[in-house]
Design a protein around this ligand. Structure first.
Ligand code: NDP
Length: 334
């Protein structure tokens, strides 16, 4: 039976700052170490995202203070909620809102958060499923919703996903395929072609093909794009987007610069749609998670997901930064 009271001590992976730099270590915490908040969650699962890799590996920019528990995603069961919104034992998930960045996140057996940040696990799902989706899948869902709201429908033509073998990319391929789109996956790991086709990609192209498109306007190809790479890849994707198409910009795995021109925007009416999962308002979050439960059920995620213990996170952090992690990694915390 699960424990619905806080224990005297619990395990956490903490990023600590020392003269030599930032390093991650396992610590035993007490309830007094938890940050302020109205709701305590027993965390059973978290996940590994690129941002978590940066935080755990001690790279600057993600963690805003130290010591800090990284982990931008968590799922588990409510222990107590002072607002009365959730009952003890209810299954919940939380992505973004600054956890694992500004406030302790998912790499600990317990978390104290704000009730309003939580989303009830959709019916028929569990915490493992939620973290298999995680911020990456949620972000991909927001990108697909943004494209659809812009009028990008399967009959408008081919759609492109960049960084396709990564977390956001894999989920975007699967979601777009489930929605009936013809998906082209761009990847630096062409050996993953079989994997990408199993997710629903109709075509797989090499990572180098998009930056090579240097002219401001290329042949019109993409009705829509989900980009997690940024930089010249994003610029190449914009240049090849069809008239009145749209590009959802989600990430910067390949760079934060955007070396493009205004021509695709003013001569083709191409739209660049910004995606920010961290501050996404709660009603949109709930709608996105319901659609994820419908379009990405657990059996569709099995091949995309590996489950690893919390003790593996320091090594996994290095691997995701080196672009060696395929798809999604669920972290079993409890
Ligand atoms: P992953 O590391 O799982 O995926 C990133 C993928 O990008 C890699 O798998 C690789 O794909 C590709 N890639 C990596 N390095 C390069 C490079 N130098 N040049 C071109 N392509 C590269 O990370 P996530 O999926 O978790 O995150 C992807 C990006 O999205 C990150 O920048 C992250 O910060 C951002 N993000 C943004 C969110 C938001 O709210 N906007 C939320 C979540 C993530 P392949 O092997 O197929 O080439």
């Amino acid at each position: 039976m699960s424990q619905l009271t806080l224990p005297e001590t619990f395990r956490a992976l903490r990023a600590v700052k020392e003269d030599a730099g930032v390093r991650a270590e396992f610590q035993s915490l007490t309830p007094a170490d938890l940050p302020p908040g109205d709701t305590v969650v027993r965390v059973t699962h978290s996940s590994l995202n690129y941002k978590d890799g940066l935080a755990v590996a001690g790279r600057p920019g993600v963690l805003k203070s130290y010591p800090m528990t990284p982990g931008i995603d968590l799922a588990g069961e409510v222990v107590s909620d002072e607002t009365g919104t959730y009952a003890p034992g209810q299954g919940v998930l939380l992505t973004g809102w600054g956890i694992g960045e500004r406030q302790d996140g998912g790499y600990a057996e317990y978390a104290r958060v704000r009730s309003e940040w939580l989303v009830l696990l959709p019916s028929g799902t569990d915490a493992g499923w939620a973290m298999s989706v995680g911020t990456a899948g949620f972000t991909a869902m927001l990108a697909v919703l943004a494209l659809e709201e812009h009028g990008v429908t399967p009959d408008r033509g081919e759609v492109l996903v960049t960084g396709a073998a990564g977390g956001v990319g894999s989920m975007a391929v699967a979601l777009l395929a489930a929605a009936g789109f013809t998906v082209t996956a761009s990847t630096g790991r062409t050996q993953e072609e079989g994997y990408l086709r199993s997710l629903g990609a109709a075509n797989v192209i090499g990572r180098d093909e998009l930056p090579a498109l240097r002219r401001p306007l290329e042949k019109e190809r993409w009705a829509g794009v989900v980009d997690s790479v940024g930089g010249e890849t994003l610029a190449g994707a914009i240049a090849g987007t069809r008239t009145h198409g749209a590009v959802a910009a989600c990430g910067l795995a390949g760079g934060g610069a955007l070396p493009t021109t205004v021509f695709p925007f003013i001569l083709r009416g191409v739209s660049l749609l910004g995606i920010d999962s961290v501050t996404c308002p709660t009603p949109r979050r709930r709608a996105a998670w319901e659609r994820l439960a419908r379009d990405l059920p657990a059996d569709r995620l099995a091949d995309v997901t590996q489950v690893r213990p919390l003790s593996d996170v320091p090594a996994l952090a290095e691997q995701i930064l080196a672009g060696q992690v395929r798809g999604r990694t669920v972290i079993a915390v409890a």
